[in-house]
Design a protein around this ligand. Structure first.
Ligand SMILES: *[C@@H]1O[C@H](CO)[C@@H](O)[C@H](O)[C@H]1NC(C)=O
Ligand SMILES: *[C@@H]1O[C@H](CO)[C@@H](O)[C@H](O)[C@H]1NC(C)=O
Ligand SMILES: *[C@@H]1O[C@H](CO)[C@@H](O)[C@H](O)[C@H]1NC(C)=O
Ligand SMILES: *[C@@H]1O[C@H](CO)[C@@H](O)[C@H](O)[C@H]1NC(C)=O
Ligand SMILES: *[C@@H]1O[C@H](CO)[C@@H](O)[C@H](O)[C@H]1NC(C)=O
Ligand SMILES: *[C@@H]1O[C@H](CO)[C@@H](O)[C@H](O)[C@H]1NC(C)=O
Ligand SMILES: *[C@@H]1O[C@H](CO)[C@@H](O)[C@H](O)[C@H]1NC(C)=O
Ligand SMILES: *[C@@H]1O[C@H](CO)[C@@H](O)[C@H](O)[C@H]1NC(C)=O
Ligand SMILES: *[C@@H]1O[C@H](CO)[C@@H](O)[C@H](O)[C@H]1NC(C)=O
Length: 370
């Protein structure tokens, strides 16, 4: 790793192949954050700023860390507090604003969270104008009842942000509709202050179905893929509500505000592995005309890929990264053949946990999987 860095620096100094992009280093399980107190950080998220600095946060999202060397070492940079006393900020999603929306210029870092306390869940938006050091509350997207996964309770969960057509879209999981144990919804804003009506993305016909945990990626054919855990009762006649299975499903739509019209498809992997729970999807340009759709789940070290824009079977690709609940995938913008995987605790983990990140040679791993 040090050698690679040295060689890269030498190339820079000698001016060798100035147009060739420099490869970034690969490594596994680098610690971003170790709470050292037995607590279990979970649900990690990162975002890359225009100058290459990477920010990271996790649940509870009170600290923001920063790396200036392609995710190899990390330092605290800022803190975020709820605007309402006593609320924890969990299930974060970071997004660098890439264009002006309302009064907020490109370069603003946005953070969507679930701000919860004993009596409510709240999808809230915060913003930073100084690359993650200080944060201000911008708006509340949606408010629900106390955190409670029983059907009939009314919380909201798990926001995901995307800019599209000059608007910010905030996707989230939604238990407030009496017709659905849980569904996936979104709302849009043109000023980061006011939010439009609740629009369904995935609302299945069976009441006890609980689609959850939206993430979205744009495909090279202009379509969008939304992955979700499709929580459904193992035994449909057992309506005791607790015996669920969470196979990862997806929908593909031309318009990321119109997933509701599309059909849910299960990810079928040739190896027979069933991706399960807390998925995260991205698209990589590796792999020819269609590039590669990459999905992480919560239960496997592997990721699952599709090089036919979502059609047909998926392939399992091994990674050196630890498993974790809602494990984030990112393509490093300065080396698109690589894949960065970031996660905290596994679901239900009892032992202490750290936030870990891995950068792997994805192109090589895909070729090995063939
Ligand atoms: C990027 O900008 C931030 C904020 O100004 C600065 O702290 C950081 O060091 C910069 N990163 C790099 C890699 O230069
Ligand atoms: C929230 O609930 C916990 C556990 O029941 C309790 O210890 C805590 O005091 C409550 N907090 C508030 C602000 O009511
Ligand atoms: C969770 O929600 C269910 C359904 O509304 C309710 O019966 C139960 O009392 C709630 N649990 C708690 C701890 O409030
Ligand atoms: C910002 O990102 C969104 C989503 O990727 C994209 O549709 C939009 O064109 C981008 N805006 C600019 C100015 O690049
Ligand atoms: C869950 O449902 C499956 C399939 O009906 C059954 O085999 C299993 O025993 C159930 N588990 C529990 C904890 O009820
Ligand atoms: C649960 O199933 C039983 C038997 O099928 C039915 O009588 C009951 O109404 C169901 N309860 C709910 C809440 O769906
Ligand atoms: C797809 O994968 C499944 C196993 O998960 C296998 O049974 C099936 O034959 C595969 N289909 C194709 C077309 O390869
Ligand atoms: C690209 O995707 C299409 C389906 O959308 C598929 O028919 C085609 O075989 C794919 N191309 C390659 C090179 O995998
Ligand atoms: C990363 O950590 C996970 C979990 O401890 C482990 O399974 C995996 O082997 C580690 N990777 C490497 C390359 O050591």
């Amino acid at each position: 790793m040090l050698l690679l860095t040295l060689l890269s620096s030498l190339c820079l100094l000698t001016g060798a192949s100035p147009t060739a992009p420099l490869a970034i280093d690969t490594f596994a399980n680098i610690t971003i954050y170790n709470p050292n107190d037995g607590t279990r950080p979970w649900y990690a998220r990162t975002e890359t700023l225009a100058n290459g600095t990477i920010l990271a946060t996790w649940s509870s999202a009170s600290a923001v860390y920063r790396s200036n060397n392609n995710a190899f070492s990390w330092y605290p940079v800022g803190t975020i507090e709820s605007n309402v006393e006593g609320r924890s900020l969990v299930q974060p999603h970071l997004l660098l604003l890439n264009e002006t929306i309302g009064d907020y210029d490109a370069g603003t870092v946005l953070l969507a969270v679930n701000a919860w306390d004993n009596s409510s869940t709240n999808i809230e938006l915060y913003g930073s104008q100084d690359s993650g050091e200080t944060w201000e509350f911008l708006s509340t997207v949606a408010t629900g009842g106390a955190a409670n996964t029983t059907n009939g309770a009314t919380p909201v969960w798990e926001p995901f942000l995307m800019v599209h057509n000059g608007k910010l879209i905030c996707y989230y999981s939604d238990q407030r509709d009496k017709a659905h144990g849980q569904k996936l919804s979104h709302q849009t804003s043109t000023d980061l202050s006011e939010w439009g009506a609740v629009v369904n993305d995935v609302a299945e016909a069976t009441y006890t179905d609980r689609p959850g945990m939206t993430t979205i990626a744009k495909l090279p054919n202009g379509k969008f893929i939304l992955t979700f855990e499709y929580a459904m009762l193992r035994n449909p006649t057992d309506n005791g509500t607790s015996n669920y299975t969470y196979p990862v499903h997806f929908r593909i739509a031309d318009d990321p505000e119109k997933f509701d019209l599309e059909k849910s498809q299960r990810i079928i992997v040739s190896s027979g592995t069933q991706p399960d729970s807390a998925p995260y999807v991205i698209w990589s340009p590796v792999g020819g005309v269609n590039g590669t759709i990459i999905v992480s789940d919560a239960d496997h070290n592997s990721v699952f890929i599709n090089q036919a824009l979502g059609e047909g079977n998926w392939t399992e690709v091994k990674t050196p990264a630890a498993r974790s609940y809602s494990r984030e995938l990112k393509i490093p913008e300065n080396d698109v053949n690589k894949l960065r995987i970031t996660g905290g605790a596994e679901y239900g983990q009892q032992s202490s946990a750290q936030v870990l990140t891995t950068v792997m040679d994805f192109e090589k791993a895909v070729n090995l999987s063939k």
